[in-house]
Write a new protein. Structure first.
Lengths: 412, 448
């Protein structure tokens, strides 16, 4: 009886702590992510599924460090960078973060425009409506209410799992290819692999996760639940990514159809997997794009104001936190406006967004590693030796991949 | 040779009275023979009468294997924006892997880029730069810079931006608006790693003069570690001031960090209605534990108050009131009021009771001040006495108080024994919460 009671008590605590990890991970499956996974599935079938196992581990290790820093120090990542590494480093990091997130936001609005076309709506209607909604949600909401909306949005990712089942995949083959890495020494394959890894671990995520754990005021004694939140988030997001790959592999790859975007994928699905699968896929894209278009500008404004020492909004008025609201509004306006330019080319925007992410990520990861091992900040909660070994291994791999990606973008 | 250095004075170029800490940081440090010893890393200060004064310099050398050395202020020949010249040779410097953590506080570690409390504007701010005053032998902290100019100076863009602004808009606010805040209004939040408290200097009493509600707001802007450290550093008066002005969640997490003695000390000193408000929201086990910690008499009263429903008169009342038996002389009553200490500000009413605590009548300060001191207090009582019962609803209480324009109303039990009083601010906070909910509902209805 008592065991049962403590079990429910634990569940309750988890529910109160849950949020930051799951939300951050899910935003990761944004318009860009869905595009990457669709293309990966369409062009390489199940051949890339194995890579999600190391990705899950890497994601958990990186995000767990953020979560731990947030709970122990009670400060955001930008706060800590400013306090430990000074204003100059912070300023340049924030500049790149703003740039990279502007491009990321543009690609989210591109996702909204694409889903508008899939549903037969005009993008000139849906994009401004979504932009207004996103702006209104944060300006009028509180942290608690916004988090609830976000967690609700996470539920809609189930679309992809359902559409995965609708495409009647070969489960035996999937199981085999996920535990049996097959590496192809082919330029396109390596590019795709880097793309998949790069889209899953992006620099804004660390900032967002840490700020939202701080905002939630999670206590040290409940930290283990916060860690569970991170782990669940990492699994959920990657399982959904795998399902996107499955849908595309099962239909498009099997029929040898080449695609460029998520929109192509949805359109190609219609004759092959049926009406429902098409609608689910398109709705998933819309949900993911709107959801990420909320979080990216918010996370950017939050981090920049933290780092520069400006008042942070959400519960304040425009007059009290002018920089916060200006930045937040500007990113949404730019993101939506660029998409509304007739005949705008999206491929260069995607490339720049990848390149800026690639520049920033190594720095962010190195800062994190230095911060999390700082005894004065973290006390006895620094990384263990083994944890540090894993973290360094991941960080070195990520840096090499980012550098590779960065150079190929510009040398190509 | 030694005659050159025989004077104890340090020459600081007198041309500039003020210097920014950012203008000193990373500047070269030369020893007595002109050899480079390192670069300026940090400045340790010690408290003095008004402004903290330079105590030691921390210099740094080597990359990537950085080493730090502490230089006593007396060993410095000259310091300005060009760098530092020492009186000693660099071979006597003791370089270490870590810089001295024991110093009370240093500018780079504890002030620059950190959050501090601005006790003048009642805000938590981040320090962009520190302005130092050059006083013959030493540097004093004069102001902290929290403006965009301080940011640009740190980034090395100040001159370029200044030039641009002057070129396009010579009258711009930017050029005149120095966002400098005097150090006397600044309360640093550096947590001492040993005692885990924040040092509140004598001249920093300003923190204590902030109105309670504002202090609560500032407090909520801090992160949890700073909250705990600051709370532990305050005296009891300010602890209670903060505790009664923050939300339940923060109250609860603070309490978890305090030991039993601190909890009992705190709760013994907050007004009984605030204490019951807080205890009501805790789990019954926690409430029991806390009640067991605090003074026996007080805890009895609290647990009695906790027995009443939150929106009945019994739940709203405070047990702090002024009462005298009917034969007490006015002079005696006044003397006793003067001597008594109150946890909360009692309303202006005085109640008159018999030997067994039955409520007879009421009077107020004005009436007894005007009364003849040698008369019994009963003679100055109001002609009629209004009261409510323990189970009266908040609406009844509010109605009576509004009708008779009372600031407080007594609460009696079924035998007319005086139990406590309800003051207008207790009612107001309840009504405001109620009005807010209504307002929200109305707003939502208007939207849909």
């Amino acid at each position: 009886m008592k065991n049962l009671k403590t079990f429910w008590a634990k569940i309750l605590i988890f529910l109160s702590v849950m949020g930051p990890g799951i939300i951050t991970a899910n935003v990761d499956n944004d318009a860009g992510g869905i595009t990457t996974y669709s293309v990966a599935g369409a062009h390489f079938g199940y051949a890339l599924i194995w890579s999600f196992i190391p990705i899950i581990i890497a994601l958990v290790i990186i995000q767990e460090m953020c979560s731990r820093m947030a709970v122990v120090t009670g400060k955001g990542l930008a706060d800590l960078i400013r306090e430990e590494f000074g204003v100059r480093v912070t300023f340049y990091a924030m500049t790149v973060l703003v740039l990279s997130n502007i491009f990321n936001t543009i690609s989210e609005f591109a996702g909204i425009a694409a889903s508008a076309e899939l549903f037969g709506l005009s993008k000139y209607l849906l994009v401004p409506i979504c932009a207004l909604f996103v702006w209104w949600l944060i300006v009028k909401g509180t942290y608690k209410s916004v988090e609830k909306v976000f967690l609700f949005a996470c539920l809609f990712y189930v679309c992809y799992i359902v559409s995965g089942f609708l495409s009647k995949p070969d489960w035996n083959l999937i199981a085999k290819s996920s535990v049996h890495p097959t590496f192809q020494f082919d330029k396109a394959y390596i590019f795709m692999l880097i793309g998949v890894v790069g889209t899953t671990i992006a620099p804004w995520m660390q900032f967002y996760q840490q700020s939202s754990v701080v905002e939630k005021g999670i206590k040290l004694e409940n930290y283990k639940y916060s860690r569970l939140d991170v782990i669940i988030g990492a699994f959920v997001v990657n399982i959904i990514a795998i399902f996107i790959i499955i849908v595309c592999a099962n239909t498009l790859f099997a029929n040898g159809i080449r695609i460029e975007t998520a929109k192509d994928a949805a359109l190609a699905l219609k004759p092959l997997a049926g009406q429902y699968c098409f609608y689910l896929f398109a709705f998933g894209l819309l949900n993911a794009s709107v959801f990420s278009a909320c979080i990216l500008p918010l996370s950017t404004a939050y981090s920049v104001c933290e780092g520069m020492g400006w008042e942070i909004g959400v519960n304040r008025t425009f007059k009290e936190a002018p920089q916060f609201y200006s930045l937040y509004t500007a990113i949404i306006v730019i993101g939506a406006a660029v998409i509304l330019i007739p005949g705008v080319k999206l491929v260069p925007i995607m490339l720049i967004s990848q390149a800026t992410n690639g520049i920033l990520l190594p720095f962010v990861l190195i800062f994190m590693l230095l911060l999390v091992n700082n005894k004065r900040l973290m006390g006895k909660y620094t990384n263990s030796k083994f944890y540090n070994f894993c973290a360094i291994l991941i960080i070195v791999t990520m840096i090499l991949l980012s550098l590779f990606l960065f150079f190929t973008v510009f040398i190509k | 040779m030694n005659t050159l250095n025989s004077t104890n004075n340090i020459h600081i170029s007198a041309a500039k009275m003020f210097i920014f800490f950012s203008q000193l940081m990373d500047k070269p440090v030369l020893d007595k023979n002109g050899a480079t010893a390192g670069e300026i890393y940090d400045l340790a200060v010690k408290a003095s009468q008004v402004y903290p004064i330079s105590d030691a310099l921390i210099i740094r050398q080597g990359f990537p294997n950085r080493k730090y050395a502490l230089i006593n202020w007396g060993d410095i020949e000259k310091i300005d924006s060009e760098g530092v010249k020492l009186k000693i040779e660099k071979s006597v410097l003791n370089f270490n892997q870590i810089h001295d953590e024991k110093k009370e506080f240093t500018l780079r570690r504890d002030i620059l880029d950190q959050q501090v409390v601005d006790t003048h504007n009642h805000k938590v701010i981040r320090v962009n730069d520190i302005q130092l005053l050059v006083v013959d032998h030493a540097l004093m902290i004069a102001h902290v810079d929290i403006g965009s100019r301080g940011l640009l100076r740190r980034l090395g863009f100040e001159k370029i931006v200044d030039l641009m602004v002057k070129l396009f808009n010579p009258g711009a606010k930017y050029l005149k608006n120095e966002h400098l805040i005097s150090w006397k209004h600044i309360q640093p939040l550096a947590i001492n790693p040993v005692s885990m408290t924040i040092k509140i200097d004598l001249p920093q009493k300003n923190l204590l003069s902030i109105p309670a509600a504002d202090l609560g707001d500032i407090f909520l802007d801090l992160n949890i570690n700073h909250q705990i450290a600051l709370f532990k550093s305050l005296n009891l008066v300010n602890k209670t001031k903060i505790f009664t002005n923050i939300d339940f969640k923060t109250q609860n997490s603070l309490l978890e960090e305090l030991n039993d003695f601190e909890i009992s000390e705190l709760l013994n000193n907050i007004p009984s209605d605030e204490a019951t408000d807080f205890l009501e929201k805790l789990s019954s086990e926690k409430t029991k534990h806390i009640l067991s910690l605090i003074e026996n008499k007080y805890s009895k009263r609290l647990s009695q108050l906790l027995g009443y429903s939150g929106d009945s008169a019994g739940g709203l009342m405070t047990t702090e009131y002024i009462a005298f038996t009917k034969d007490t002389l006015v002079q005696t009553a006044l003397d006793q009021i003067r001597q008594r200490k109150f946890k909360s500000e009692p309303a202006q009413f005085i109640y008159i009771i018999d030997e067994t605590q039955h409520l007879i009548s009421a009077t107020n300060f004005r009436r007894i001040i005007l009364a003849n001191p040698t008369e019994p207090i009963q003679n100055s009582a109001f002609p009629k006495t209004y009261f409510v019962r323990l189970d009266s609803s908040i609406k009844e209480v509010a109605y009576l108080m509004e009708k008779y324009k009372y600031f407080a109303i007594p609460v009696v039990d079924e035998n007319n024994v005086l139990q406590g009083i309800i003051t207008v601010d207790d009612i107001l906070s309840q009504l405001i919460a109620f009005a807010w909910r209504r307002l929200k509902r109305i707003k939502i209805m208007q939207k849909t």
